[in-house]
Design a protein around this ligand. Structure first.
Ligand code: SF4
Length: 265
C-alpha cells in the first residue's frame, strides 16, 4: 500500500524507527492515545493509524480525551472527527480546570499540575478499558526543549523518556513521535485535514517564560547553524557518562581503580 504523501511516508518511517529502537509496541497491544485535539496528538493518532494498517505486528488503538471541564471545549468536533475516521474514541469529563483555579495562585503556571492530574486520569481510564500502553504526542522539539530547560533551570541533565514504566509498574507510557519535528507534526495535521482544537483553558498558548525563551534560542541557533536540532536529539542517544561529573555514574573508587590500571606497576 503506497503512502498518500511524502510527508506521511516520512512520519511513518521516523515513528517506526522510534517504535523499534525503544521496543514500544508488541503483538496484541491495545494502545490508548491521549488525544487533546491539539496538532501533536492528532498527528500521533493519524500516524499510528497509518502504521496499524500496514504493520505485521497487530495492535489496536483507542483515542482518549481528558476533558478539563471548560464549557467552550469542542467535544463534538473531536468525537465527530474520530467517528468519521472509524477511530474508537472515549471522552473522560473531569473538573481539572476548576480544581487548578482553586489550588493555584493566579501567578502560578498551571501546566505541570494539570499534566499530573491528567496523567492520573489517563492511568485510571487505561485500566478501565484494558489498554496495555498509553501513547503521548511529545515530539522531537519537546525532547530537546525539555533537555535545555532542565540544564538551564533545574540543574539536571535529562530530557524525557521515550518509553516509561510507571512507578507502580502498572502502566507503560510511550512517545512514538520522538524523532518527528514539531513542524512536521503541524504540517501532517493540516495535510490530514484534522481540526486543531484549543484546550480552552486560560493558560492555553502561554508556554511559560522559560520555555518560550528556550524555543526562541533553539530557533535562532537552527537558523544560524542548520542541523543544531538534529544534533541535540542525537546527543540524547550518544551519552558519554565518563565525561560527566555525576559520581553515581563514575564512583570515585572505580575511577581510582581505572587510574591504577593505567599506571605502570
Ligand atoms: S495549557 Fe491549560 S490545559 Fe494545557 S497543560 Fe497548561 S493548564 Fe493544562
Amino acid at each position: 500500500m503506497a503512502y498518500r504523501t511524502d510527508l506521511e511516508a516520512r512520519l511513518a518511517k521516523k515513528t517506526t524507527k522510534a517504535i523499534v529502537d525503544y521496543d514500544m509496541i508488541q503483538d496484541g497491544d491495545r494502545i490508548m492515545v491521549g488525544l487533546s485535539g491539539g496538532k501533536d496528538s492528532w498527528a500521533l493518532m493519524q500516524t499510528l493509524d497509518v502504521l496499524q494498517k500496514r504493520s505485521p505486528v497487530k495492535f489496536t488503538l483507542v483515542a482518549v480525551n481528558v476533558d478539563s471541564g471548560y464549557k467552550e471545549y469542542k467535544h463534538d468536533l473531536l468525537a465527530k472527527t474520530c467517528a468519521a475516521r472509524g477511530w474508537e474514541y472515549r471522552s473522560e469529563h473531569t473538573n481539572i480546570g476548576i480544581l487548578i483555579e482553586d489550588i493555584l495562585d493566579v501567578d502560578q503556571t498551571p501546566c505541570s499540575l494539570c499534566a499530573r492530574l491528567r496523567r492520573g486520569v489517563l492511568y485510571r481510564v487505561a485500566k478501565e478499558i484494558g489498554a496495555t500502553k498509553i501513547a503521548l504526542g511529545h515530539h522531537a522539539d519537546d525532547f530537546i526543549e525539555t533537555l535545555l530547560l532542565n540544564v538551564f533551570f533545574a540543574g539536571a541533565l535529562k530530557a524525557m523518556p521515550p518509553k516509561l514504566v510507571s512507578d507502580d509498574k502498572k502502566h507503560v507510557v510511550i512517545r512514538p513521535l520522538v524523532y518527528v519535528g514539531e513542524d512536521e507534526a503541524r504540517q501532517f495535521c493540516k495535510e490530514s485535514e484534522l481540526p486543531i482544537i484549543g484546550c480552552c483553558c486560560p493558560a492555553c498558548g502561554d508556554l511559560g517564560l522559560q520555555r518560550q525563551r528556550i524555543k526562541r534560542l533553539i530557533m535562532d541557533l537552527e537558523i544560524e547553524h542548520p542541523g543544531v536540532k538534529n544534533s541535540m536529539l542525537k546527543a540524547l542517544s550518544n551519552v558519554a557518562p565518563r565525561h560527566l561529573l555525576d559520581t553515581r555514574l563514575n564512583p570515585p573508587a572505580e575511577l581510582r581503580a581505572r587510574v591504577a590500571e593505567t599506571l605502570p606497576a
